[in-house]
Design a protein. Sequence first.
Length: 319
Amino acid sequence: MTALDLFTFGECLLRLSAPEPLRLEQAHALDVHVAGAESNLAIALARLGKRTAWFSRLPNTPLGQRALRFIGQHGVDISDVLSVPDERMGLLFLERGALPRSTRVWYDRADSAASKLRPSDLPMARLATARWLHFTGITPALSDSCAATCHAAVAHARQHGLKIAFDVNYRSLLWTPQRARDALTPFCQAADVVFIAKRDATALFATQGDAAAQAEQLQQLWSGAVIVTDGERGAAACSADGTARCAAFPVQVVDRLGAGDAFAAGVLCRLLEDAPLDQALTFGAATAALKLSISGDVALIARGEVEALIAGDQSALRR
């Protein structure tokens, strides 16, 4: 069995978007993209040259098969994904806003195949071959059995010496801040690296100040490295070695969805190479910037593009 750099698991959705500038009620056709925080990260990291595996339950339908093919074609190991009959694919409907309207999302994911994940489904032998386990706070929000699966994965990762990356990824459409805080705190405490958006650090954990101050407050609570992202204002991280900051790269935004997953993939790419945290932050910020310039949820980029952006080599980005 080939060793992995990173194993991740969670729900994959199909994103159905009204073509801009239409509202959903006006659209006669919808754009379709494969979406999902964990599969987004697995694809981006695979395209950056790392060995990744993604696991979930998908319905054995054309929709499930489309998603699985898309994830696999980018080099992600999908050999353990469960294809199940008579179940449904989770859907996400997106309507992009323009001032004064905001972008809105509607979920149709209740009782999806992935929401029925349970600890006995996990391919534990495959997980044990990885260097890192990655998952997000979306998965335990889906069901009690999904939450139990996350706890089982963490226990197995600890037993086999894996490092753990956890992205809080709070979704207000799935649960309240208090429920999320209570459920996600044990995962934050168990993780070697926690990713959290500044707005979630405020809403869930009542931290104050700029991203660096919030990262420092949360690091004292959880002890691992904490990375707080703050959109166009960049990101900050705090670990036992100190605090690091990085600016965001200028970008013309095409599609915001998936940028956080791309950022996490870029950071983990460099941490897998034992890079210092400040260098990992910069690599993550460049990966996120490139994703923001691409339609869809996935960072369909090459490592050379990330390195060219960091180096300021615009000619390389035009090739």
